[in-house]
Each structure stands twice: as structure tokens, then as C-alpha cells.
Design a protein around this ligand. Structure first.
Ligand SMILES: Nc1ncnc2c1ncn2[C@@H]1O[C@H](COP(=O)(O)OP(=O)(O)OP(=O)(O)O)[C@@H](O)[C@H]1O
Ligand SMILES: [Mg+2]
Length: 440
């Protein structure tokens, strides 16, 4: 159990819903395959997104953005995540919802500034002194929690690392002990400990056991345990802000809202620019995805527009299901509730409601992803239902139907029952409106 858990402000709860999305599912000519990478149909929008990915890679979308527009449940978020997957693992992708800027604790612009800085990566190469080897022995000493006698916390650690040619035992303090526990490091794991910062990375394991799918099997390293190595890693501007505010990299592990001032951010920017000039670092602009962007107000939009002009700016992807509507905080109507000067910078991609064939395939993918067995006729019914109401509704009925089937195969009757219990949005609205009518 971690003693301190980092509270992330950006929202991640929707990620589970999109866990099947592995990319945009395009072939080498940028054509969308009907079903690939967990993506189904929505061909034009996916191909357009593929072009956007190429523009991003070539740096030609700098200072601009993408706007995904389409009805609810038409795959806007799925496509934004597909774009992120295509961009590669070390490209930061930050997802927030427009409504999240109205938090009671943080100023709107402060929230956005942090999100923007989380979305910009800095790839750093440097030589570092590390302890590297297979864990031969590890002994974590625990002490009672200062405030709660029932909880034990790590206090120090003695660890023996070995290579083919060397062996060393080191003693370290709480931070390293804590990391070792958090990462579940045990005998046989090959790890690196940064001699200066104490940051630990897990390289793999030398164990030959069955069932270790999630661990990479590696050879026992050679050479001395303490050595100098060249490293490349990507951190975000926000990571650097936090590290600076805390005075060291370990601050990252325990960051629960460190105070980050403008001076710190300026200092970080200057340092990063210096690193880039010296060839020690490269910039990796990532993606800031703002869902329900019609919830942003005029102030937020002008802040974002200005930020996009800066030297250090991520790619902005906005999504909305609104047509013409008022820009929040004003009486002005505008397409999608977005100010014109912002609209001018955006490439617009439209997503369309799904057809039955597409819904059927997506339902099947989601069922597999959630480990639910669904009978053919139930899938068919969900496909029809999804076309008639929304894909979202059809997909959402899977879980309750599975409960009604008591974990067994979901049959047509279970889906019908689930449909009776849970409304889709338009049915729910009709119910309320009918009731209101009766009361008048
Ligand atoms: N083309 C697709 N292929 C595979 N899965 C998809 C596709 N489109 C959407 N999905 C999945 O269907 C569900 C609903 O789609 P999603 O949330 O992306 O819609 P949305 O347009 O963002 O809706 P909203 O406007 O309500 O935010 C998600 O689980 C998503 O991953
Ligand atoms: Mg969405």
C-alpha cells in the first residue's frame, strides 16, 4: 500500500472504455481497414486523423489543432486516443474535459497551463552513474507509521546487486525502499538505481519461471555494478516544474500539488531551451485533448489561443457534439460554441452515427475486452439497438446484461431485460417530459 498516492487532476476514468483502441487501423497508404487496431468503420474520420498524425510528425500542425465534431457515441474520443497511440509511446497525451476547468481549488488558467505543460515532452540524453545488476538480496526495514500504529512504512533498505563480474551491497533510505516496494521488485529482477537521484528502473528478470508474461526476460548484465551509462528518457515540462519546485527528481514521486510559480516555469523553459541548443535534449510536443470543448468559456479559449502561439506548445485536439451554440461566458453564437479566431486554427474532422454493421463489430470487440460471452442473437439485437439509439447505449448494456445472465452467456432475454431496466438518453428525456406534461 503506497503511503502517498499522487492525485491526478486530469481525468482518466474513460480510458477503460477505450482500452481496445490500439491505433487508427490504417494501412501503409493511409487507408482505413474496416476493422483493425480495435477500430471499426468511421472510415473517413480515421483516414483524416491519419493525415493529421503525419502532419504532427512533420511538425506542420504546430500552432494549430484538430476539432472532432459528431454526435454522442460516434467515436470522437476513440479517434483522439487512436491518434495518441499512433504518435508513439513517449509522446505525451493528456485528456481533460472542458467542464474540469471549473474546479473549486484551482484557477481555470492555472488548470489549463498545467495540462498544457503535461502535454509537452522533453527527450533528454545524458550520461549517468548507475548501480545496475540482478537483485541477489533485498531487505526492506519497516517502521511503524508515525500517526497510525497499525500501518508499517518502509524506512530503509539493504540491497545486493550482482553482475557476471561483480557484486555490491548498498544501503539506502526511505525513498528508495519505497520505490522498491511500489515496483514490487524481488530477487532475480534486473534493475538500475540512479546513483545521484535514487530513481529506480526495472529492466526485466533473469528468472525462467512460467507465467511471467508481464516481465521481460533478460540476461544477467556484465561489467561492474557501479557504472556510467548513456540514457534517453522523456519527461514533461510539468515533471520538470515539479522537480524544480521540489528541488530534485524524487519530488516527482511525492508530488501532491507542489506550488509551482511562474518563475519556476520560466526557469524550466530557459533550461530546456539551453539543453536543446546544446544538443542534449529534443522537444517532443504531445497532444492535449479537450473533450466537451463547448464547456470552455471565452477566457479559456483566449488563453489557449495565446498558448498555441508560444514556442513550447502541444497539439490541441478539441471534441464536441454541439452545432451552433453560444460561446460560454458571452451572448455570442458561434459554430460549435468556439470563438472564430480559435476556429481558424482548427482542422475539422466529422464523425458520423454508426451503421448496424459497425455497431455489431464494436459490440463484439467490447464484449471480448470485458470478458463477456454474448450469444449471436443478442449481438444482433444490440447492433439494431445501437443503430436506432446510440453505439454508447448498446455497448453500455453489455455489463448489466452480463449481471442478469449471472456471469454466463448473455442471451437475447438478458439484453431485453437490461434494456427495460436502463434507459437510453432520449427515452429517459421522454419519460421526464411526459411526467412534466401531466403535472401542468
Ligand atoms: N470506430 C470505432 N471502433 C471501435 N470502437 C469505437 C469506435 N468508435 C467508438 N468506439 C467505442 O465506442 C464507445 C463510444 O465512443 P466514444 O466515447 O469515442 O464516442 P464520443 O463521440 O466521444 O461520444 P461523446 O460525445 O459522448 O463523448 C467507446 O467505448 C469507444 O471506444
Ligand atoms: Mg467523448
Amino acid at each position: 500500500m503506497p503511503v502517498i498516492e499522487e492525485v491526478r487532476r486530469a481525468s482518466f476514468e474513460r480510458v477503460g472504455m477505450h482500452s481496445h483502441i490500439k491505433g487508427l487501423g490504417l494501412d501503409e497508404n493511409g487507408r482505413a481497414k474496416f476493422k483493425a487496431d480495435g477500430m471499426v468503420g468511421q472510415v473517413k474520420a480515421r483516414e483524416a486523423a491519419g493525415i493529421a498524425v503525419e502532419l504532427i510528425r512533420k511538425g506542420k500542425l504546430a500552432g494549430k489543432g484538430i476539432l472532432l465534431v459528431g454526435p454522442t457515441g460516434s467515436g470522437k474520443t476513440a479517434i483522439a486516443i487512436g491518434i495518441a497511440r499512433e504518435l508513439g509511446e513517449d509522446v505525451p497525451f493528456v485528456q481533460i474535459a472542458g467542464s474540469e476547468i471549473y474546479s473549486a481549488e484551482v484557477k481555470k488558467t492555472e488548470f489549463l497551463r498545467e495540462a498544457l505543460r503535461r502535454a509537452i515532452g522533453v527527450r533528454i540524453s545524458e550520461e549517468r552513474k548507475v548501480y545496475e545488476g540482478e537483485v541477489k538480496e533485498v531487505e526492506i526495514n519497516k517502521a511503524r507509521h508515525p500517526f497510525n500504529p497499525y500501518v508499517e512504512v518502509p524506512e530503509s533498505v539493504v540491497i545486493t546487486l550482482r553482475t557476471k563480474d561483480d557484486e555490491k551491497t548498498v544501503r539506502a533510505g526511505r525513498e528508495i525502499a519505497y520505490q522498491l516496494m511500489e515496483m514490487g521488485i524481488e530477487k532475480g529482477d534486473v534493475i538500475q538505481i540512479d546513483a545521484e537521484t535514487g530513481r529506480i528502473s526495472k529492466i526485466g528478470t533473469t528468472k525462467e519461471e512460467e507465467g511471467l508474461f508481464f516481465k521481460r526476460r533478460v540476461e544477467l548484465p556484465g561489467g561492474p555494478v557501479l557504472k556510467i551509462k548513456e540514457f534517453t528518457y522523456t519527461v514533461t515540462l510539468h515533471d520538470l516544474d515539479v522537480a524544480n519546485a521540489r528541488g530534485n527528481i524524487l519530488g516527482l514521486l511525492f508530488s501532491t500539488g507542489a506550488e509551482i510559480s511562474d518563475e519556476i516555469r520560466q526557469r524550466v523553459d530557459e533550461t530546456v531551451k539551453k539543453w536543446i541548443e546544446e544538443g542534449r535534449a529534443t522537444l517532443v510536443p504531445g497532444v492535449l485533448f479537450i473533450d466537451e470543448c463547448h464547456m470552455l468559456d471565452i477566457e479559456a479559449f483566449s488563453f489557449l489561443a495565446r498558448a498555441m502561439e508560444g514556442e513550447l506548445a502541444p497539439i490541441l485536439i478539441l471534441a464536441t457534439n454541439r452545432g451552433r451554440t453560444k460561446i460560454r461566458g458571452t451572448e455570442i453564437e458561434s459554430p460549435h460554441g468556439i470563438p472564430i479566431d480559435m476556429l481558424d486554427r482548427l482542422l475539422i474532422i466529422n464523425t458520423e452515427p454508426y451503421k448496424k454493421d459497425e455497431v455489431r463489430e464494436i459490440v463484439k470487440i467490447r464484449a471480448r475486452e470485458e470478458g463477456i460471452d454474448v450469444a449471436e442473437e443478442a449481438v444482433e439485437y444490440l447492433a439494431e439497438l445501437g443503430e436506432r439509439t446510440s453505439l454508447r447505449y448498446a455497448v453500455q448494456l453489455l455489463a448489466p446484461a452480463s449481471v442478469l445472465a449471472r456471469g454466463g452467456e448473455v442471451k437475447l432475454e438478458h439484453v431485453r431485460k437490461a434494456e427495460e431496466y436502463f434507459s437510453d438518453v432520449s427515452r429517459s428525456m421522454q419519460t421526464v417530459e411526459k411526467l412534466e406534461g401531466m403535472l401542468k
